[in-house]
Every structure is written in structure tokens, then in C-alpha cells.
Design a protein around this ligand. Structure first.
Ligand code: PLP
Length: 498
């Protein structure tokens, strides 16, 4: 036996798959957003050993619907409001089908010139959309976690005197402690990058935040000065535009000034929030980022691109290349000095052809269409925040600069302890209902609900449904959906000073 399945099978089952996708995207509401299976249930429903004989695709696809889908939490559902809400849009989905068909490894220019050159073009389009100046080199990676790790690896390589590429870090008495600074609200990927690079968790200095969860530049400056006094080497600082818990914005211009003065690499983590800079009136969210050394934004978070697609921008690609380039004989190419070989800029050799979906998404919606959709998400979040803010029993607990609302049920007279337990119970009740999903965080140790708008199919009715379900779960009254949009920016700023 040899060869692939027949063309007829591809066409017949391929049509069935496209029909399934269309139906799924049209009627996601028929599934509970959060999977209801118990641990081990899916595994137990599947044969423990692989089939010896091939099975018809039709039967496999039937099992996909009956055995796999029940164990899916529907990230692509318009009432998915957890973590940061994301979406796979039609052009992105179609691009993934083509990418799988071509099965390109975008590692050398030669192994697909179009994959390399499209990556250069699509990341440069994104750079322009974000309002960044010339002089940035763009790379797609799988995640912001890896993008930020590349940033710290580049920061380390920017100190050639440390010779870490050649000599490593272990067993060396001549190396100072390398220090990385990030806000106490920075994403855990900064800590993981420090773990992976041998910098060590102890050397990630958590800089205190102000009442609105933003890194305090004065505390950063003091921490750097204290480290220098100890003989440590301040290496890099990660500022966040849109922190994970509350979407706060670190003051990048002031942080950048300190980093320049202190010769510290500045990386901006705009994984979610940085993307809002594509909307002209929100461009200021990336103020100061143009002066940074590196920046990450995630099209797979808030640009309707199916997972995975993170966009990493760096001013000095030569430094990153120095950190990672290693060309064995079998990868030597004639044109290697004239072209970009993306394998030189990270750990991976084989790389996914992500640029196609980014390019197709940008083209299919256009920069105005993309900006409109992000604008709508922000307006929906403001609407929800207005309902919360105008209710006596609920409170906003952080400003709402993007499309994330942090809030809690807090009727007058309820103790903090009881309030925490009630909010946790409310979240579980709402999520168990199946038509809405949201997640939580803790702020100042207090349980906080988060509603994140980011799916391309989310409409006002989904946000209204979330509010209704929350109030039902709390047994509370409050302002009914339909009350005015209201601009709560000033109000939310005040409530965040709790
Ligand atoms: N940075 C921030 C600010 C995030 O919110 C997240 C995830 O939510 C990440 C980084 C990690 O993203 P990824 O899953 O792409 O690694």
C-alpha cells in the first residue's frame, strides 16, 4: 500500500469539513462555551491503541463531532470573555488550510522564498499599522512568551563581553548577576524566559506598581541603582502595554528614558494591548515604544489571526542573529549573505509559514476594517463597564483602557471574605450555564472577575447576556442592558484607587 487518500475523498470530505466550519461559525451558540467533560472522560472514550487498518475519513469526522467536540472549550465563541478573548477569522482559517497543504518550513530563504519575503512584508505592514517608525525588523514566532524570550536573549548577547553564547553561564565566577526588571503585573512569560536563559527567577526584579497597576519609574530607577551598588548588571526591562490582569499600561516613555540612561535593553510586551495602536485614535497606547529595543504584539490575540502568530519586532536583528545563528554545512546556501534566513533569529530550524494568514487577514479586512473591529470591542467593553459602574451592588476595580473590564459584585456591607467567595461562586455559576465564559484574577489579594471582549463575532447582545447571567447568578438588580453607553474613563480611574 502506498500513497495518500484519493482526490475524490479530499474533495468530498473537504467540502464536508468546509460545511462544518461554516455551520460552526454561524451557530457557535449550540455548544457550551466551557467544556463540561470531567477529567479523563475524553481519553476514556477513545480506543487505547491505534487502528491497524485505515478508517474512512467520514467515520473519523463523525467521531470528531461526537467524541472530540464535547471536550472543546470554544475559544472561537462570541461569548468567550475569558483570559484575553481571541478569534480565528475566515481568511485566517482558509490560510491555515493552504499552509497545511504547502507544508513549508520557513527556515531558509531557499526553502521557500515567498514564505520569507511574505514574512518580511506582512510584519512590515503590521509595523506601519502600529504607527512604528522605520528601522524595525519583524519576525513571527509561535507566542509572545517565545518573543519575549528572544528579546532577553538578544539583551544578553548585546553584552559581547559576557561571552555567554560561547562559554555559557554555569561555573563562571567572572559573571555578575544579570538583572531583569518588570512590573509586578508583568506576564509570567518574563519569569519563564529568565528561567530558560539561566538568568534565574531571583534575578527578575518585580517593580512595584501605582494605584492603577502601572510600573513606577521611580521604583525602577531606585532598583537599578541598588543593583549597581551590589555589583549586579542591569540587563533588561520589560514594560507592558496591556497587562494580563487589568490591561494597565506601564509608562513606557519614562521607563525608556531610564533604560537609555542606564544602558538597559527595553522590551515592550504589547501582546494584547499593543495591537490597539492600529486604531488611529488609540495610537497613544504605544507611546514611547518606538524608542524601545524590541516589542511584541500578538495577531493571534487581537487581530483575528488563528493561533499561532506572534509578531516580534527588534531594532538590532544583528544582535539576535549573533545570539542564535549556527549554520551547519547542510544548511549553507549560496545566497545566505544577501537574504534573510529566519532560522538565524531563534532556536527553531523548521518554522511555520505564519505570514500567509497574517497577510490574508490584513488584506481581507483592510486596515480600516481591522481598526473598526477593535474600536467596536472597546465600545462594547465600555458599555459593560457602564452597566457595572451604574449599579450599586457591583464595582469596577480597574480602569478600562482597552476591551477588558475588571469588576466584582460588592453590595454595601459585604465583608471582603464573603465578597471573594461570592464572586468565585458567581463565576462558576455563569460558566456552568454554558452560554457565557469569563475568567478571574486577584487584585490586592481580592477575587476579581474579568470580562474580555476580543472575538470578531461578539455583538452587543453577547455582552448584554453576560451581564444578565452575572446578575442572575448574584441574585442582584442593577442597571438593565440598554442604558446609555456613557464614557466611564474618569469614573473608572477613581474606582481603581481602592
Ligand atoms: N504577555 C501578555 C501581556 C499576555 O497577556 C500574555 C497572555 O495572555 C502573554 C504575554 C503570553 O502570550 P502567549 O500565549 O502568546 O505566549
Amino acid at each position: 500500500m502506498s500513497g495518500d487518500l484519493s482526490r475524490d475523498e479530499l474533495v468530498e470530505q473537504g467540502r464536508a469539513v468546509v460545511d462544518w466550519i461554516a455551520e460552526y461559525l454561524d451557530h457557535p451558540e449550540r455548544y457550551p462555551v466551557l467544556s463540561r467533560v470531567r477529567p479523563g472522560e475524553i481519553r476514556a472514550s477513545l480506543p487505547a491503541s491505534p487502528p491497524r487498518e485505515g478508517e474512512p475519513l467520514e467515520r473519523i469526522l463523525a467521531d470528531f463531532e461526537t467524541k472530540i467536540i464535547p471536550g472543546i472549550t470554544h475559544w472561537n465563541h462570541p461569548a468567550f470573555f475569558g483570559y484575553f478573548a481571541t478569534s480565528a477569522s475566515v481568511p485566517g482559517i482558509l490560510a491555515e488550510m493552504l499552509v497545511a497543504t504547502l507544508d513549508v518550513k520557513a527556515m531558509l530563504w531557499k526553502t521557500s522564498p515567498a514564505a520569507t519575503e511574505l514574512e518580511e512584508v506582512a510584519t512590515d505592514w503590521l509595523r506601519q499599522m502600529l504607527g512604528l517608525g522605520d528601522g524595525w525588523f519583524g519576525i513571527t514566532t509561535d507566542t509572545a512568551s517565545i518573543s519575549s524570550m528572544l528579546a532577553l536573549a538578544a539583551a544578553r548577547e548585546a553584552r559581547p563581553e559576557l561571552a555567554i553564547r560561547e562559554r555559557g553561564m554555569a561555573g563562571r565566577g567572572d559573571l555578575p548577576r544579570l538583572r531583569v526588571y518588570s512590573s509586578e503585573h508583568a506576564h509570567s512569560s518574563v519569569d519563564k524566559a529568565a528561567m530558560a536563559l539561566g538568568i534565574g527567577l531571583e534575578n527578575v526584579v518585580k517593580i512595584g506598581a501605582d494605584a492603577e497597576y502601572r510600573m513606577r519609574p521611580d521604583v525602577l530607577a531606585a532598583a537599578i541603582a541598588a543593583d549597581r551598588a551590589f555589583g549586579y548588571l542591569p540587563l533588561a526591562c520589560v514594560a507592558t502595554v496591556g497587562t494580563t490582569s487589568t490591561s494597565s499600561i506601564d509608562p513606557v516613555p519614562a521607563i525608556g528614558e531610564i533604560c537609555r540612561r542606564e544602558d538597559v535593553w527595553l522590551h515592550v510586551d504589547g501582546a494584547y494591548g499593543g495591537m490597539l495602536a492600529i486604531v488611529p485614535e488609540f495610537r497613544a497606547v504605544l507611546d514611547g515604544a518606538d524608542g524601545a529595543d524590541s516589542l511584541v504584539v500578538n495577531p493571534h490575540k487581537w487581530l483575528f489571526t488563528p493561533f499561532d502568530c506572534s509578531a516580534f519586532f527588534i531594532k538590532r536583528p544583528d544582535v539576535l542573529k549573533r545570539a542564535f545563528s549556527l549554520v551547519p554545512e547542510f544548511l549553507v546556501t549560496r545566497e545566505q549573505d544577501e537574504v534573510v534566513n529566519y532560522m538565524d533569529y531563534g532556536v527553531q530550524l523548521g518554522r511555520r509559514f505564519r505570514a500567509l494568514k497574517l497577510w490574508m487577514v490584513i488584506r481581507a479586512f483592510g486596515t480600516d476594517g481591522l481598526a473598526d473591529r477593535l474600536r467596536t470591542h472597546c465600545a462594547l467593553a465600555q458599555q459593560f463597564a457602564a452597566w457595572v459602574g451604574s449599579s450599586a451592588e457591583w464595582e469596577l476595580v480597574a480602569p478600562v483602557p482597552f476591551s477588558l473590564v475588571c469588576f466584582r459584585y460588592a453590595p454595601p456591607g459585604m465583608s471582603d471574605l464573603e465578597c471573594d467567595a461570592r464572586n468565585e461562586a458567581i463565576m462558576h455559576t455563569v460558566n456552568a450555564g454554558g452560554d457565557v465564559f469569563l475568567s478571574h484574577t486577584k487584585l490586592h489579594g481580592r477575587f476579581t472577575l474579568r470580562l474580555a471582549v476580543g472575538n470578531i463575532r461578539t455583538e452587543a447582545r453577547h455582552v448584554a447576556l453576560a451581564w444578565e447571567r452575572l446578575r442572575d447568578a448574584a441574585g442582584s438588580g442593577g442597571a438593565a442592558p440598554g442604558s446609555g453607553m456613557g464614557n466611564i474613563a474618569a469614573e473608572s480611574t477613581e474606582t481603581a484607587t481602592e
